[in-house]
Design a protein. Structure first.
Length: 123
C-alpha cells in the first residue's frame, strides 16, 4: 500500500522504520491481528518513552499548547475516544467464541474499560 492510499493522518509514518523490523512485520502481512497487536504495542511503547522523556525534562519550560496538540494527535491516530485516558492500553477479551478489543485503565483502585471494537473486523 502506498502513502497515497493511506488516510492523510497516517501518511509518512514508517519511513524511519529499520529494514529488519519492516521485514519482520512484512512476514505477518497475512495476519492483520498480529499486525494490529504489534501496532498497539509500538504505540504504547512510544507513549511510555515520550512520557519518560517528558518526566526527565519536567524542569524545562514546555509549550502546553504543543503538548496538548501532540496528545490529541496521538489519541486520533490510535482511535482513542476523548473519555479514554492516554494511559489506557488495549486488551483482548474472548467472549462467546469471538475476540473483542477494549481500552482498559486504572482510576484509583478501580479498573475501567471501554469497548474499542472487534479484534477481527473483517469476520
Amino acid at each position: 500500500m502506498s502513502d497515497d492510499e493511506l488516510p492523510p493522518e497516517l501518511r509518512g509514518y514508517g519511513a524511519a522504520l529499520p529494514t529488519d523490523l519492516a521485514t519482520a512485520l512484512d512476514s505477518y502481512a497475512d495476519d492483520p491481528t498480529v499486525l494490529r497487536d504489534a501496532a498497539a504495542w509500538a504505540l504504547r511503547t512510544a507513549i511510555a518513552a515520550e512520557d519518560a522523556a517528558a518526566e526527565a525534562n519536567a524542569g524545562e519550560e514546555t509549550d502546553s499548547i504543543e503538548d496538548a496538540e501532540a496528545d490529541a494527535e496521538r489519541d486520533k491516530l490510535d482511535g482513542r475516544p476523548e473519555d479514554v485516558p492516554s494511559k489506557a492500553s488495549v486488551v483482548t477479551k474472548h467472549i462467546n467464541g469471538n475476540d473483542y478489543h477494549y481500552w482498559q485503565w486504572r482510576e484509583g483502585e478501580q479498573v475501567k474499560s471501554a469497548y474499542k471494537g472487534p479484534a477481527n473486523p473483517t469476520e
